[in-house]
Write a protein that binds this ligand. Structure first.
Ligand SMILES: Cc1cc2nc3c(=O)[nH]c(=O)nc-3n(C[C@H](O)[C@H](O)[C@H](O)COP(=O)(O)O)c2cc1C
Length: 649
């Protein structure tokens, strides 16, 4: 068979282990880590899902090596607690039985211990240890690690690596990047020591080298050790790419794979986990430079999900391996689809950060585009339905597409209708906003998957009572979405006003000075886009905050864009009237304020399309509603509801 992506599909030997391809699974912690530090069944299933999808390895994470001086998350894994070894062994098995290599990441968060604890009481009870004493930005005191503690930690890395090997892991990843302890030692910003662990780079690398030697002693020769580093810290005062090259040269003979990431969690979250505001693969340049100076195989990471781009990275010699985190949440089968030339069926990550935000807020994992995430242990198989039914899905937005796709995979006879001339529903409009293009692509991919699964997709087709009666379906799934909320503000029907959801039809009419009325998530994103287009943008919001509906990871990055792109923000401004010159608002003090702008974009929210639900509610024995027409919510909700509506038939 001629593989479309021969480089990505090619096996590679690292140490004495063979990996089935060049697509590696970067660490992503699960969620049900138990109070006694073991891996719960949900998390085992979370890792297993990716192993099944064909990735070369799966890296289990959030194992802290030295709990005495560390605790980075709500709970962490600790191989030395009772039962922990068994849970690790089951997890390694779950990965290995699908032909993936089980790897485990050993980490220590150093001075940032406890920063991300959901249980803040626990955080207050902790001490923080770093290479040097100081104060953290949140006011917590950091203590300098003594040499005795350093030696304990170094030994702990070896002990934990040996236990991981005993549990059946065939590889370890040492986390030396992203601002955690080893990175703190490498960094001139964090490391102010005057002993042999501080000062010149050779000294700052000493801790990493001792850790790697301790691990090698524990696991023996040939056992692959992957070292994750940030190619550059990417902030003022941190180490640079030139330093990154030197670090790589100093450690390369201690490791089998050098994994080059970027930046730090704390000071560059949106670069370490490249946000939608960056291009895909924005950090590849770091690995490409480092590779020129080392012989050890190198891996790259960061917003990679396009097989063509990943193939090119390997083919052109920039890296030997590509690693993915979010892309494999979005579509765990991405590697299999690449290897079987089915890349057109990949569902791509939109970089919406639901995955990381949910973890921080509720301690759970979700993925907007993959309804399996968070319920992997409930069973992943799509079980064929006992009785084939005729299913009519109304609306080809994300919820309807997902419902149709899942129902067809269960063997039902599915018709999907939409009044538009393409699938995607509310996602169609995102094609006009480059940094949200992946959202548009989601509709396209789900449409392809639905079609492949046998769904009869009927575009330009409005479903009314008569149409539904004629179809005579056993089940109707109404996924009719929402329509723009247009409050009775005088002038909102003017020729200079465009609805945000219709922006893609009218973008040529937008003049150089624009007022976006409504600073929720979509209005704020649109304002950033218009500013990117070179328009002078005023963003007007009645509430006191912008984008309160954005998740906690995306929101700071979005607000940063608002700032950087020069969008003028008017919070606490209520729109009273729109006229040809702009809008009249009422500010917090009750003053009338006139804001000038030649185009007004109305982004005041959405209302459920209950009219369609009401019309169809009795047109089949079972009528289900999913997504915005049930209640205006998120794409995540629409996709999860669509999937489960189809499972419930
Ligand atoms: C949900 C989630 C959990 C993560 N957990 C870890 C972790 O436990 N350890 C780690 O080193 N990196 C972790 N990361 C960072 C990823 O390994 C990766 O470096 C980053 O997401 C950039 O890759 P991507 O663009 O392919 O997602 C996590 C990322 C995500 C999205």
């Amino acid at each position: 068979m001629e593989r479309k992506y021969p480089n990505l599909s090619k096996p590679i030997q690292i140490g004495n282990v063979y990996f089935r391809n060049r697509m590696f699974g970067a660490p992503m912690g699960g969620t049900d880590i138990t109070a006694d530090c073991t891996i719960g069944p949900k998390t085992t299933a979370f890792y297993e899902l990716r192993a099944k999808g064909g990735v070369a390895n799966v890296t289990v994470s959030e194992l802290v090596v030295h709990p005495k001086t560390e605790a980075s998350h709500m709970y962490h894994l600790d191989l030395q607690t009772v039962n922990s070894l068994a849970s690790f062994t089951y997890t390694a098995d779950a990965i290995r039985r699908h032909g993936a290599i089980a790897s485990v990441e050993l980490s220590h968060s150093g001075q940032y211990a406890g920063t991300y604890l959901v249980d803040k009481d626990k955080k207050e009870g902790m001490a923080q240890w770093g290479p040097s004493a100081g104060l953290r930005p949140d006011g917590r005191e950091v203590k300098e690690l003594t040499k005795e503690l350093i030696q304990e930690i170094v030994e702990a890395y070896g002990e934990k690596a040996a236990l991981a090997k005993k549990a059946g892991f065939e590889m370890v990843m040492i986390h030396g990047g992203h601002g955690w302890l080893i990175n703190q030692f490498l960094s001139p910003f964090f490391n102010k020591r005057t002993d042999e662990y501080g000062g010149p780079l050779e000294n700052r690398v000493r801790f990493a080298i001792e850790v790697l030697e301790s691990v090698r002693k524990a696991v023996g020769p040939g056992f692959p050790i992957e070292f994750r580093m940030s190619g550059s810290e990417l902030f003022e005062g941190g180490y640079t790419l030139e330093d990154g090259v030197e670090i790589a040269k100093l450690i390369e003979d201690k490791i089998d794979l050098l994994h080059v990431s970027a930046g730090t969690y704390q000071k560059g979250f949106g670069v370490t986990h490249p946000s939608m505001f960056l291009e895909h693969g924005p950090n590849v340049y770091l690995v490409a430079e480092i590779k020129k100076h080392v012989k050890v195989p190198v891996a790259t990471i960061g917003a990679l999900n396009d097989p063509e781009k990943m193939e090119e990275i390997i083919a052109s010699g920039k890296a030997d391996i590509v690693e993915m985190a979010r892309a494999l949440l979005a579509d765990p089968e991405l590697p299999r689809k690449v290897m079987t030339n089915n890349d057109h069926l990949i569902v791509k990550c939109m970089r919406c950060f639901t995955c990381m935000a949910e973890r921080a807020v509720t301690g759970t994992r979700r993925c907007t585009v993959n309804p399996m995430i968070g319920r992997e242990s409930d069973g992943l198989e799509i079980i064929p339905a006992a009785n084939k039914k005729k299913v009519l899905v109304v609306g080809a937005g994300p919820g309807g597409l997902q419902a149709a796709y899942t129902a067809a995979r269960r063997g039902h006879d599915v018709v999907l209708c939409d009044s538009n001339d393409e699938v995607g529903g509310i996602l169609i409009g995102e094609k006009a906003i480059p940094f949200k293009y992946s959202m548009y692509e989601l509709g396209v991919s789900l449409g392809r998957l639905a079609k492949e699964a046998g769904v009869d997709i009927r575009l330009n087709t409005t479903v009314d009572k008569a149409y539904a009666q004629n179809e005579n379906a056993d089940v109707i799934i109404v996924a009719a979405g929402s329509k723009a909320l247009v409050p009775p503000i005088p002038g909102l029907d003017g020729a200079n006003v465009i609805q945000a959801t219709a922006y893609h039809h009218n973008q040529d009419q937008v003049k150089d000075s624009v007022i976006v009325l409504g600073g929720g998530l979509s209005g704020t994103e649109l304002a950033v886009h218009l500013a990117n287009e070179g328009k002078a943008v005023k963003l007007v919001e009645m509430g006191s905050e912008l984008a309160p509906d954005a998740n906690i990871r995306h929101r700071p990055l979005l607000l940063d864009e608002v700032n950087k792109k020069g969008v003028e923000v008017f919070t606490d401004h209520k729109g009273l009237q729109v006229n040809d010159n702009g809008i009249v608002c009422l500010d917090k003090e009750g003053n009338e304020v006139v804001l000038e702008g030649r185009t007004v974009i109305c982004a005041l929210g959405q209302v459920a399309r209950r009219d369609i639900v009401d019309e169809l509610i009795d047109e089949a024995p079972i009528v289900k509603t999913v997504g915005d027409c049930a209640k205006v919510a998120t794409i995540t909700t629409a996709i999860y509801q669509g999937h489960h509506a189809a499972l419930d038939i």
